[in-house]
Design a protein around this ligand. Sequence first.
Ligand code: 1GP
Length: 252
Amino acid sequence: MNNGPILSSIRKAKAENRRAHWVLLDPDDFTTERAVEVARVSQESGVGALLVGGSLMQTNRIDTFVKSLREAVSIPVILFPGDATQLSKHASALLYLSLISGRNPVNLIGEQVKAAPIIRQYGLEPISTGYMLVESGAVTSVEFMSGTRPLPRAKPDIAAAHALAAMYLGMDMIYLEAGSGAALTVPAEMISAVRGCVDIPVIVGGGIRDEETALEKLRAGADIIVTGNLLQKENGLERMRGIAGCVRDFRS
Ligand code: 1GP
């Protein structure tokens, strides 16, 4: 059982009904200098943690990227790896993802086996996370790269059964993922259905670009919302700050 400091702080926030906004920084989308700038603004705005990773990863500088972020901010920098190559000893923890919505053994257990000895060697805190890809209007990078089909968006009961299975298997968190830059976000009905049958933290991400959408996910029962792609849009930093503010002030 994971009793590491990062998961403990996530559980504590949940017990106190505090929601969080995490910001995803994909090294493919940012220079290290720009990422450090965004990280500082994120921290000042009340963002709870930074995620680092991506589906493709066309650069091999994840280690220096994570190290620079750790030196710049005090909020956790958590790995969100697309595969076992995306590891860094400088991270605060990692989401130990298993793509449970799919039936591809590589993403269910193969990459995890490759990563495990390195995680141990680095002394990283692995946070076991049931990662569920949800149909979002068009083929996303994670859908294509994993070679898996997403959960049908109009079937909240199927999502709930997957989440329950993850919890019964001992996973620490659920991540409902529409995919970065998704046209459609994870439906509120699906979040509510998952929330209704598990008591572990639920993360929701993919396509969240404004405060109203973020609030809808929180009202449906998300403990943590993730934004990433928004930062590439016009006024992205300002919009990210707005979302961080409304998540910070959210009371159910
Ligand atoms: C992707 O859930 C994250 O893994 C964030 O998605 O980039 O669309 O905000 P966006």
